[in-house]
Design a protein around this ligand. Sequence first.
Ligand code: 8OZ
Length: 362
Amino acid sequence: MPRDTSPLFEPLRLGAIHAPNRIVMAPLTRTRANAGDAVHALQAEYYAQRASAGLIVSEATQISPQGKGYAGAPGIHSQAQIDGWRGVTQAVHAAGGRMVLQLWHVGRVSHPSLQPAGALPVAPSAIGFEGYAHTYDGPQDFVVPRALETHEIPGIVDDYARAARNAKVAGFDGVEIHSANAYLLDQFLRDGTNHRTDAYGGSLENRARLTLEVTDSVVAVWGADRVGIRLSPSLTINGMSDSNPAATFAYAATELGRRKLAYMHVVEPKDPRGDPMDRLVDPMILRRAFGGPYIANSGYDADRVLDGLAEGRLDAASFGRKFIANPDLPRRLRDGLPMNSLNAERLYGGGADGYTDYPVYE
Ligand code: 8OZ
């Protein structure tokens, strides 16, 4: 007997957003924006193909020119960008879907060639790290960023609020604040990247202040029930570290929980049964601290989602690579159908190839 997959299709309320199933399309950087960092008809087709998701989270999208860190990533700070995204939301809605925009500032994960006037990328503190930025001239070493002055921080909070308003004009159903994956808000949260001595550094409360101020400014635009947030407590890419990640993220999740957001989206350790050193923070600490709808991410398949639902460990799960390769992923999970394989050469950049040409199951 094949396993009963109907729990995947029990509807879920994510704040004011009604998801018809528990299968979320994860935010996926695909770097196919045009020269003005705008999305266009190609992205409208790609996202509309995936409208059977319970919810689509857009690829990470710059709130400001300073927030950019990857050649080909889209923004939500110009009129052309708003117009491009409006075409996407119209196509997704016409196909019966729901979609939130992921609001992104990369902080130090950038390069002067991607910054206005060739400026240094900004960060909580002037701390360099190993690796390379994805620029228009190919990979280039990361540089030591410039520490933000305290008086610049309200301007960044305003940039998030403006981007949130632009997302509304573009017709999204809500927004997700990207506070994960080694980008600006995550850099403030963790003490490996945040050595500040002002109100935004030091204590747990101070390091969480920027994420919470941004959340409050975005909630003022959308209402809490259309704002989600993404965290990645166990991720150590791009030089991320924290001296007590369980305490840091439990505090952030508790404070976010007080705000009654639509959901919290957590990048979990890749293999929950793997090396305990890779499991810095038990995701259940965050789930309990937050208290609201919880979307799990990383390496899920139908069985793990069904187990997680049955054991009360999650409310939904998001899928990345599987959703790239299978536009009809919910149906394939429901019916146990075979999956298309991923064309890993075509994840980033280019056009329709490896983007909109994955077939639905016949
Ligand atoms: C992969 C490649 C580039 C960016 C993230 C926005 O990790 C990203 C990203 C992922 O959140």
